[in-house]
Write a protein of this length. Structure first.
Length: 81
């Protein structure tokens, strides 16, 4: 996982297709500044439409693997102030 200010990328071990992603603060408040996720092979890109305030965030995503089964992931990261 990598947060680059304009978005988050997450790597998988196989090609995936995006389904849904939800960004929230670690306190559980939803953050509405993410765009539609898209996949490039094994890399999921989640665009962030405006800079995040400094603090800790949680990103939960559901993708679909090549065999059609869903894959759930949840990661936490810190955005610098």
């Amino acid at each position: 996982m990598c947060y680059e200010g304009r978005g988050v990328t997450q790597n998988y071990k196989e090609a995936v297709q995006p389904a849904t992603c939800k960004l929230s603060t670690t306190e559980g408040k939803d953050v509405a500044s993410i765009g539609k996720p898209h996949a490039d092979g094994m890399v999921l890109h989640i665009p962030i439409s405006k800079p995040l305030d400094g603090g800790r965030y949680s990103l939960a995503c559901r993708v679909v693997g090549p065999d059609g089964h869903p894959i759930n992931s949840a990661i936490s990261f810190t955005a610098a102030k």
